[in-house]
Design a protein around this ligand. Structure first.
Ligand code: DQA
Length: 140
């Protein structure tokens, strides 16, 4: 399988921001481990990160026909971006929504995702392992 992991706004700061919530490992370190994990399982994976809503929408739009599945942590865009929601709905590639933290156990505004309805599923609360579990969902 060819898979794509997309990280949205502020996720490039992982390992430096709010370490008690998101951990001390950088996004680069997390992605490097995910690349090894996928290779071991015989799958290809690519990574993309942007703080820009439009860039994330463009990447989703270009994904049609190129990937078998997408893992998406949209960061705070999760809670209000109808543009991202429409971009996910516009493609037939299945998208699994991911959050490192348990957003249901945090502030009220994080409890609502405008993306879940158009995603294949959602994994949250397992730290960086949320990405691994989401990737695994494509081949299990
Ligand atoms: C997050 C949760 C979001 O509410 C937050 O805005 C993030 C990260 C997570 O991975 O837990 O930036 O998506």
């Amino acid at each position: 399988m060819k898979l794509l992991v997309i990280n949205g706004v502020n996720l490039a700061l992982t390992g430096r921001r709010e370490k008690t919530i998101y951990g001390a490992r950088t996004l680069g370190e997390i992605n490097a481990d995910l690349a090894v994990f996928c290779a071991e399982q015989g799958h290809e994976v690519e990574f993309f990160q942007s703080d820009l809503e439009g860039a994330l929408c463009e990447k989703l739009g270009e994904a049609e026909g190129k990937y078998d599945g997408i893992v998406l942590n949209a960061g705070a865009f999760t809670h209000y971006s109808y543009a991202l929601r429409d971009a996910i709905a516009a493609i037939s590639v299945p998208v699994v929504e991911v959050h490192m933290s348990n957003v249901q156990a945090r502030e009220e505004f994080r409890r609502r995702s405008v993306l879940t309805e158009v995603c294949r599923g959602e994994i949250l609360g397992f730290g960086e392992n949320s990405y691994r579990l989401a990737l695994e969902s494509f081949w299990l």
